[in-house]
Design a protein around this ligand. Structure first.
Ligand SMILES: NC(=O)c1ccc[n+]([C@@H]2O[C@H](COP(=O)([O-])OP(=O)(O)OC[C@H]3O[C@@H](n4cnc5c(N)ncnc54)[C@H](OP(=O)(O)O)[C@@H]3O)[C@@H](O)[C@H]2O)c1
Length: 210
């Protein structure tokens, strides 16, 4: 019999790409273009709930496809395309749990992308956990930006961090990672591409030490 997932065994992960000086963004956008990192982001988060701050959502302009998008704002007035946005207060109305396709762990055709709007990180994470249970997913993601990473890092279970071997000029930074608080689960180095002016970088997966 398959063990039914509960809120408690769902991992809270953060996924981010940082420069050597912890830079992550400038002028509400990304600073670099690293296609391999974008693929890594997509592969890692696809089919799983993701949560981001209003500014990061604004820089995307629409939900990322194939994932339920949760957006945090103290004031929904700030959100773009507000008229087209549905605000769900309960997951039953956001996801039809009777549809057979969403009882599998494969990416359901009817996977709701949102955005689902919440006024606090705690409420957003609680709703993501409910959504993950219904999707049969064992992981939920914080996908930025600076404010949301900073507020959630203290209780994040897993960190997928791409570290670029170069400093960048920025106006948003990731908090300093205390490496001794984490076990390195995997580490994959990629070489620089001088022709494209891309530095070398490393994909790390870190699990918080017990
Ligand atoms: N390198 C990477 O991997 C990566 C990933 C994601 C984003 N980024 C970059 O990060 C930058 C954006 O980060 P940011 O720090 O400026 O903004 P952000 O974290 O994306 O969003 C901040 C907004 O979230 C809402 N918020 C924050 N804390 C909240 C709380 N406790 N309760 C309710 N709402 C809360 C507020 O929205 P309201 O003002 O509407 O109330 C706040 O203005 C961009 O440059 C983006 O490109 C980089």
């Amino acid at each position: 019999m398959t063990e039914r997932k509960t809120n408690k065994n769902i991992t809270l992960s953060s996924i981010v790409a940082i420069a050597k000086n912890n830079a992550i963004g400038k002028d509400n956008g990304m600073i670099w273009h690293l296609p391999e990192d974008l693929k890594h982001f997509k592969r890692t988060t696809l089919g799983k709930p993701i949560l981001m701050g209003r500014k990061s959502y604004e820089s995307l302009g629409k939900p990322l496809p194939g994932r339920p998008n949760f957006v945090i704002s103290r004031n929904f007035e700030n959100l773009p395309e507000r008229e087209e946005t549905e605000i769900f207060n309960d997951m039953e109305s956001a996801i039809d749990i009777d549809k057979p396709s969403i009882k599998t762990t494969a990416i359901p055709a009817a996977l709701p992308e949102g955005p689902f709007l919440y006024k606090s990180i705690e409420d957003g994470i609680a709703a993501m956990r409910e959504m993950a249970v219904k999707l049969g997913s064992d992981e939920i993601f914080i996908t930025g930006g600076g404010q949301i990473y900073k507020e959630t890092l203290p209780y994040t279970d897993r960190l997928y961090v791409t570290v670029l071997d170069r400093d960048y000029d920025a106006d948003v930074y990731f908090p300093q990672i205390q490496w001794d608080e984490w076990n390195i689960i995997s580490e994959e180095k990629r070489e620089a591409d001088p022709e494209k002016n891309r530095p070398s970088f490393t994909f790390f997966t870190l699990d918080r030490k017990a």
